[in-house]
Structures are given as C-alpha cells and as structure tokens.
Write a protein that binds this ligand. Structure first.
Ligand code: AMP
Length: 262
C-alpha cells in the first residue's frame, strides 16, 4: 500500500524534546538516552552550524550567522523550514527507531505550535517534553567554574565541583602565593600536562548572565505552555548525572515499552 502516511518516515514515531538551561546537562543526558533506547537525536544548533560550514546557500548562512553570533533566536519561519527538512531526512535514515530526541527544538511557544502542526501532518506523537530543571545559581556555578587547558581543550575541569576540580593551583614565580588572573581569580594548572587553565569567553560571568536572561525570556512561556497541556515531564536536574538519567528513564521507559514495534 502506498498511501501518503506509509510513505512518511515519521508516522507513528514518538518525539521527546529536551529543554534545559545552558549548562543544564542536556547534552550528557541526550547522548546516554539516545544510545540506550536507540532514539536518534536531532540537534537544532548543530544543524545550523553544519549549514553554515557547508556554505551552499550564502544568503541563509549570513542570516543564521547574524542571529547566532549575537546569541539571538533565529526567526521562527527559518527555524521551522530547516527543522522540517532536516528532521524528515534523519527520520528517513532511521526507519527502525521508535522515536527521536529533539535537542534545541522547540525553544519558544511559536515553535511549539509549529511542532504540534507538524506532528498532526506526520501523524507522529509528542510523547513528553523532558524538562531538566536546574536552579539558576547551580548553572551559573557550573559555567563560571569551568576551566579549559590552554594546551589541549579536551582537558576540561570545574573548580566549583570537587569531583571535577584540577589538582594544582599555579604558584607565583617568586613563591609568594597563588597567581591570579586579570579578574582576580586564582589560576589553576592542568592535572594532565600542567599547562595553565583558562576561562572561555562564553563562561565569563557577564556572558553567562546574559545567556540565562535570554533563556528565561524564551523558555519560561514554553515550559508554562507544556505544563498546562500536561505534556511536560519535569526532572530535577540538580542531582548526580546518573540520578538524572534514572529520573528521565522513569518517564521514557514506560512510554517506549508500550509503543508498538515498528
Ligand atoms: P545551541 O547549539 O543550542 O547553543 O544553539 C546555538 C544557536 O543557534 C542559538 O544561540 C540560536 O542562535 C540558534 N538556535 C538553536 N536552536 C534554535 C531554535 N530552536 N530557534 C531559534 N534559534 C535557535
């Protein structure tokens, strides 16, 4: 049978959008759960970055750049068009998956409405919106405590987290104490290669503050909307990562267990 619904790669699929503040642990959790349940992840930000890198459409590239470089949301029409095309392609490549994780979409109420319309068109189900609730002071501490090795950016630490903290502070050459940076912060050394650790521009307190204000402005109404429609699963994101995973699984597991095998 070749009806339009059987041709559609999203018919009958379960969608799990994840929402969390910056540094809320969304990347870690989506990666674990995507592998555990064979739910491919569609990542909106990475899709934009790939389009810009590819550069096949210079006008689109310039448009995306102008918003992304200022930490602003890309206009809804552009986002939805790119989402639809690329997400349908991902679904077509993964016919055996019961569903998909959405990372970074929807991010505002008008995007949520667009997703609801698309779900109807595809006959897909928005299963649950997984919201990792992490207090603002915790995400601020995560961001402002992060330090990168100046020699190898894969060596990442967090001076505000005992488990992730580097071992040594950098001592002044004259031996009179710990070296401090221009902002008066103590300078640490990489535990692996002893290189100086640095704070990324993105993690400077004023930048972090700006990003969180922007996040609340766009996301608070989205959360309120999904809470009202009872499509929200609120997870305490201020726990050890494995506890957060367990909490999310108590929501996702029963839904996936009940889903028909495709
Ligand atoms: P991310 O990788 O999620 O941090 O996204 C990087 C940037 O892409 C954001 O700062 C926005 O400019 C843009 N972006 C990502 N997702 C969306 C979205 N759903 N709507 C609008 N803009 C987005």
């Amino acid at each position: 049978m070749t009806t339009s619904s059987t041709q559609n790669p999203l018919t009958g699929k379960l969608l799990f959008p994840f929402v969390a503040p910056p540094n809320g642990g969304k990347g870690t959790q989506t990666q674990i759960l995507s592998e555990r349940y064979n739910l491919p992840t569609f990542d909106m930000g990475s899709t934009f970055r790939a389009i810009m890198k590819e550069g096949r459409d210079p006008q689109l590239k310039a448009e995306l750049e102008s918003f992304m470089n200022n930490g602003k949301l890309v206009p809804v029409e552009t986002v939805v068009k790119i989402f639809k095309k690329n997400f349908e392609a991902l679904a077509a490549q993964n016919p055996e998956a019961k569903g998909f994780i959405l990372d970074g979409f929807p991010r505002s109420q008008d995007q949520a409405s667009a997703l609801a319309t698309l779900c109807q068109e595809w006959q897909a189900t928005l299963a649950k919106v997984i919201y990792l609730n992490v207090p603002m002071d915790v995400v601020k501490a995560r961001a402002t405590g992060r330090r990168f090795c100046s020699q190898d950016a894969r060596h990442v630490y967090n001076v505000n987290d005992a488990k992730l903290a580097p071992k040594y502070k950098k001592m002044k050459a004259d031996g009179t104490g710990v070296e401090v940076d221009a902002q008066g912060r103590e300078v640490w050394q990489c535990t692996l290669d002893e290189a100086e650790l640095i704070v990324r521009a993105d993690d400077e307190p004023q930048t972090v503050e700006k990003r969180l204000v922007e996040y609340s402005k766009e996301t608070d109404p989205l959360i309120a909307h999904y809470r009202q429609t009872q499509e929200l699963a609120e997870i305490n994101g201020d726990q050890a990562p494995e506890k957060v995973t367990q909490s999310i699984e108590t929501v996702m597991h029963p839904i996936l267990a009940l889903a028909p095998v495709s």
